[in-house]
Design a protein around this ligand. Structure first.
Ligand code: CU
Length: 144
């Protein structure tokens, strides 16, 4: 395992297989996991995403991990990043899908959710938590 620091975000490079946690919703077969280029962990604490900026590259397969360390439920809602994108969800969250694909995932207190996907286009893609009264924002920046 190798750690590099990229614009304030610690990116952990993973090798080998990864055993998924207990699934909920769109559960991924274990054979499909463990092939990503990078893993990025975003902590949720005190109604904030930490870090709130995640840097990715086009074509990079990423495992984006959310750890909810608050005592309340939160959601990860990406504005446009994952539209019509294949997203594998694992962990103990409750993902929701619509016509355009992945819409959001609810992350219980103390829970962890992992999303595996490949960014298709460059840009800055905001994300937020849409639970009532929560003002929680972040940005996924995809470089070409
Ligand atoms: Cu929230």
């Amino acid at each position: 395992m190798k750690r590099i620091k990229l614009a304030g975000v610690v990116v952990t490079l993973m090798c080998g297989m990864w055993s998924p946690g207990s699934g909920f919703g769109a559960v991924v077969p274990a054979a499909a996991l463990g092939q990503e280029d990078v893993a990025v962990t975003v902590h949720i604490e005190n109604r904030r995403f930490v870090p709130h900026v995640v840097n990715l590259r086009v074509g990079q397969r990423v495992r984006l991990i959310f750890k909810n360390e608050d005592v309340e439920l939160h959601a990860f809602v990406p504005a446009n990043l994952l539209v019509r994108t294949n997203v594998q969800v694992s962990g103990d969250g409750a993902p929701q899908f619509g016509k355009e694909g992945f819409r959001r995932v609810l992350i219980p207190s103390g829970g962890q959710v992992e999303l595996v996907f490949t960014s298709k286009e460059a840009g800055s893609f905001p994300f937020y938590c849409d639970l009532p009264g929560h003002i929680m924002n972040g940005m996924i920046v995809v470089d070409g």
